[in-house]
Design a protein around this ligand. Structure first.
Ligand SMILES: Cc1ncc(COP(=O)(O)O)c(C=O)c1O
Length: 347
């Protein structure tokens, strides 16, 4: 099966499993797991932040980080389709008690959008506290933010007294695609969440990074949210291995995403959005995503459907998402393009 539903479907490599099996561990709730400490130090250094905290998932990383810098009733400015707004089960409202103000129309937004969305201290309005950015932007097709625009947005937020959060679940892809370091992309953000279980291929785990006091608050919230793990060095070892061995190779995924897109370029019945990283969005000119997904699966290719927000388009779009990762190679994406093209031509 060629599974292109997400880059989360990867299985640990033999070398990663070996690193996990050999990991030195302890009870991390007692602060005694040396491998977890190693991972946290490594990520803090990579992102040039004071401290870091290992958490089980990207959702918990975002939600703990946002809860730590807000109070119930506050507002968070967010780009359209942002994971922490759209795909985290309403946690921002349910757990942090925050409302959101969605800006921009492709996941990115400008400093002017931030200034327009900000509500000055006013008893009638929610206090606008945080600006949240997602880079790369998943729901919009692995889009990479322009660095200048990131600097303008974070500076505008700080000038208005707000803090800034980066959902960097795929910061690794953004760094490789833009040929910049992760620390440059994290610059200007008060908090950053990163995932080890997406393109990097670890089985689980995310990390929050930021100032030491902030990470202390996150630590308490992690426990409250049920994310205190015991011998989690086994997972941290997978994360360390992924950081050491799977970052640079993301350029292969990006190249394979281009091969997939090019394979569909002349195909009938589909319009492909040029991929910037490892995510390929395929819009159907006829038929439904359900039809394509079912028929592709029967031919050994697994795909996902992506909802397109009404703010992005006034006409309904049937969009397929194909995500390239560690467990698919050039031959696999070439085959997938053929399968999709054949199906689309007969819809
Ligand atoms: C951009 C982004 N942030 C956060 C998450 C959440 O990660 P998890 O599935 O580990 O909760 C995802 C998951 O796909 C994501 O794409």
């Amino acid at each position: 099966m060629i599974d292109l539903r997400s880059d989360t479907v990867t299985r640990p490599t033999a070398a990663m499993r070996k690193a996990m099996a050999e990991a030195e561990v302890g009870d991390d709730v007692y602060g005694e797991d040396p491998t977890v400490r190693r991972l946290e130090t490594k990520v803090a250094e990579l992102l040039a932040k004071e401290a870091a905290l290992f958490v089980p998932t990207g959702t918990m990383a975002n939600q703990v980080a946002l809860a730590a810098q807000t109070r119930h009733g506050d507002e968070v400015i967010i780009g359209i389709g942002a994971h922490c707004w759209r795909y985290e089960s309403g946690a921002l409202a349910a757990l942090a008690g925050c409302q959101t103000q969605v800006v921009g129309n492709d996941g990115r937004f400008t400093a002017a959008d931030v200034r327009a969305a900000y509500k000055a201290e006013d008893p009638y309005g929610a206090a606008t506290r945080v600006v949240a950015v997602e880079n790369t932007h998943n729901a919009m097709g692995g889009i990479v933010w322009d660095r200048g625009q990131l600097t303008e947005v974070t500076a505008a937020a700080h000038a208005l007294g707000m803090t800034t959060h980066l959902d960097g679940a795929r910061i690794w892809n953004a760094a490789v695609a833009g040929n910049v370091s992760e620390r440059e992309l994290a610059d200007g953000f008060d908090s950053v969440s990163v995932c080890l279980s997406k393109g990097l291929g670890a089985p689980a785990g995310s990390v929050i990074a930021g100032p030491r006091d902030f990470i202390k608050k996150c630590h308490r919230l992690r426990k409250m949210y049920g994310g205190g793990m015991r011998q989690s060095g086994i997972l941290a070892a997978a994360g360390i291995h992924a950081l050491d061995h799977h970052r640079a190779r993301l350029s292969e995924d990006h190249a394979n995403a281009k091969v997939l897109a090019e394979g569909l370029a002349g195909a009938k019945g589909v319009k492909v959005l040029a991929p910037q990283t490892n995510i390929v969005m395929i819009d159907l000119e006829r038929g439904t995503t359900a039809q394509v997904i079912e028929r592709a699966k029967a031919q050994g290719v697994m795909l996902g459907a992506m909802r397109v927000d009404a703010r992005v388009t006034t006409t309904e779009i049937q969009r397929i998402r194909a995500v390239v990762h560690l467990d698919v190679d050039c031959a696999a994406v070439t085959k997938a393009a053929q399968v999709i093209a054949e199906i689309a031509a007969t819809l």
